[in-house]
Design a protein around this ligand. Structure first.
Ligand code: NIG
Ligand code: FE
Length: 399
């Protein structure tokens, strides 16, 4: 993760939406025939693969700025959830929203993501919590994938929270296992199944049952693990062979080692620690030392991480988790692609991969986490087409 294969004075050649050559500009000019009008000049700038956002809760209705203010006064996310707010607040708004509304809101969020350089997004359901509403969200994700330039990878999270109409948690677990998972799998609406394995939400044993059932139906497991208290979610991720585990703020040393051994990717989401104002961030340095591959995501959601910007996440990863700029770029591109099973087609500028390329108006990649709170992306090329062209630094000159 420490090393980026930087080509100075490099070029990328693209045809029919795919990368056909990468390397030194002069060499490429001698082997690839180009028409001047098809050239994008990125002299003095950084050209890199589009960001892959490995963990988002893209589709929801409503917003939670009231709770934001309550949390500023000391209210805790878990307490708000226990009192029927938090995720359940968004569940009410999402249940009341039509699929058209969800598509419109999701599309606006995707526009913001694209303008900040994200070209592929993992999108979770989980604000429906009935079979009908979970399917509605997954269908909205499928529509957005077809309509929007950004590629979406769908994850089913029926076990995001316990819906208010269920007194008995195990009854809801049974509904997820016996009705939701089979239906979602049968209709091919998701590739992965995620779960909130957290104190007061789903315990280890319930999480294990749900993820084992998901596997039987061909959905690969993911986990929200050890975010708020150390429950053993990292160990469970290793045990069930999850493709990735998210958060890991409280993950044990043993859990991290077991994940590394089992080939699970750690998806770190520092936007939540920032937004929840907790002093502890995931221990990225120890994870990297143990050989755990790290991916990054925004965790975009209306409660714990209200941002579409992977650039913001890179800055937080450096400043709060002491990742190097190079490590954050690896984590936000190729490792994130691995975390959503797309590394064969995206996440790096390699011949044969999708031409998902971004141009940033910075003189070298270290500026990306260093210069924060503004959008450094100048152009976004998705599947070989320029889909965003802006002039971020008008008037700013790097000396
Ligand atoms: O990743 N299980 C937690 N889900 C989200 C929070 C969702 C919300 O607060 O609406 C998370 O932190
Ligand atoms: Fe999440």
């Amino acid at each position: 993760m420490k090393e980026l294969a930087v080509v100075s004075d490099g070029a990328v050649a693209v045809r029919d939406g795919k990368i056909v050559a990468v390397g030194d500009t002069r060499e490429l000019e001698s082997i690839v025939e180009v028409r001047d009008r098809d050239v994008i000049d990125a002299t003095g700038k950084v050209v890199m693969p589009g960001f892959v956002d490995a963990h988002t809760h893209l589709v929801f209705a409503g917003s939670r700025e009231q709770e934001f203010e309550l949390r500023l006064q000391g209210a805790k996310w878990t307490e708000i959830l226990k009192q029927g707010g938090g995720i359940l607040n968004t569940v009410r708004a999402t249940r009341n929203a039509s699929i058209e509304t969800l598509v419109r809101l999701g599309s606006a969020a995707l526009d913001r993501m694209l303008s900040y350089g994200t070209t592929t997004v993992e999108a979770k359901s989980g604000y429906g919590l009935t079979l009908r509403d979970e399917i509605k969200i997954l269908e909205a994700i499928a529509i957005l994938d077809r309509q929007h330039a950004i590629d979406l990878v769908p994850t089913f999270v029926g076990a995001h929270a316990i819906p208010p109409e269920f007194r008995n948690k195990d009854d809801y677990v049974a509904l997820v296992i016996n009705e939701m998972i089979p239906k979602v799998a049968e209709r091919g609406l998701a590739e992965f199944c995620d779960i909130t394995c957290e104190d007061g939400v789903f315990c280890i044993e319930q999480s294990r049952r749900i993820l084992e059932a998901a596997k039987q139906h061909g959905l690969r497991p993911k986990i929200h693990a050890d975010e708020i208290v150390p429950l053993g979610g990292a160990e469970l991720a290793a045990e069930v062979g999850a493709i990735s585990a998210g958060h890991l703020i409280q993950a044990s040393d043993r859990g991290i080692r077991e994940m590394a051994k089992a080939g699970v990717i750690g998806t770190l989401l520092p936007g939540t620690a920032f937004c929840l104002m907790v002093s502890k961030y995931p221990d990225a340095r120890t994870m990297i030392q143990h050989g755990l591959p790290i991916a990054l995501g925004t965790d975009f959601n209306p409660g714990t991480s209200v941002t579409e910007s992977m650039q913001m996440i890179l800055t937080l990863s450096c400043l709060q988790m002491k990742m190097t700029p190079a490590e954050t770029i690896v984590a936000a591109t190729i490792n994130a692609a691995h975390a959503i099973n797309r590394a064969h087609e995206i996440g790096s500028l390699e011949v044969g991969k999708k031409a998902d390329v971004i141009v940033l108006d910075v003189p070298n990649y270290k500026h990306i986490p260093y210069h924060f709170g503004v959008n450094l992306v100048e152009k976004v090329i998705k599947d070989g087409r320029v889909v965003v062209a802006r002039n971020p630094n008008a008037g700013i000159c790097y000396g």
